[in-house]
Design a protein around this ligand. Structure first.
Ligand code: ZN
Length: 167
C-alpha cells in the first residue's frame, strides 16, 4: 500500500486520520486522511485486490480529492458523503465520528479558500507585481513632509531641506 508520506506535497500536513474506513459500494477499506490541502483515501489492500480481482484496478484506487474540488460534505447513516467530481461515501462510523469528519473537512476547506491575510502566499504560477520605477535624479519627494528633496552627490543620499535630514 501507499504510505501517506509518499503522497504529501511540500507544506501539506495531516490534520485528521482514521483507519479501517470503507468506501461504500461496498468498496475497499483503507485509511482516510484529511490534510490542509486534500482529502486522501489510501486503499489498504490495493495490491492483493489487484492480483485477485480482474476489476481490482477500479476498486483498488486511492482517492485523492483537493479540498477546492469538494462542493458539499454531508453525513450519511454510518459515514460521510463527499461531493466532488463524483460522490464518494466514506464509512467512518456512526455517532460523533461522522460529524467530526464533516466539521474538520469544512474547516480545512474554509481555511484553504480564505487563507489568513498575514500569510500571503504566491502560487507557483504567479509572479510578484512589478517593482516601482527607479527613482530619477531630477525629482523625488520626502516621505515625511512630502516636499521635494535634493540628491547630494557627495554622500549619494537624498536630503530634505524642510526636515533638514537625509531621507
Ligand atoms: Zn521633509
Amino acid at each position: 500500500m501507499t504510505n501517506i508520506e509518499e503522497v504529501l506535497m511540500p507544506g501539506e500536513t495531516v490534520i485528521k486520520k482514521q483507519s479501517g474506513v470503507m468506501v461504500s459500494g461496498p468498496g475497499p477499506t483503507g485509511d482516510l486522511h484529511l490534510t490542509n490541502m486534500r482529502l486522501i483515501f489510501l486503499n489498504k489492500k490495493r495490491w492483493s485486490v489487484l492480483s485477485l480481482n480482474p476489476i481490482g484496478s477500479l476498486m483498488g484506487k486511492d482517492i485523492i480529492l483537493p479540498l477546492e474540488n469538494i462542493s458539499t460534505i454531508t453525513t450519511t447513516f454510518n459515514g460521510i458523503k463527499v461531493q466532488a467530481d463524483k460522490t464518494y461515501d466514506f464509512t467512518v462510523g456512526r455517532f460523533g465520528k461522522r460529524a467530526e469528519w464533516v466539521n474538520a473537512i469544512q474547516q480545512e476547506k474554509h481555511k484553504a479558500q480564505y487563507p489568513p491575510p498575514q500569510q500571503p502566499s504566491w502560487g507557483p504560477m504567479r509572479t510578484p507585481p512589478p517593482p516601482p520605477p527607479p527613482p530619477t535624479t531630477s525629482s523625488r519627494f520626502c516621505p515625511s513632509c512630502g516636499g521635494p528633496v535634493e540628491f547630494i552627490t557627495q554622500y549619494s543620499r537624498w536630503y530634505c531641506r524642510s526636515c533638514q535630514k537625509y531621507v
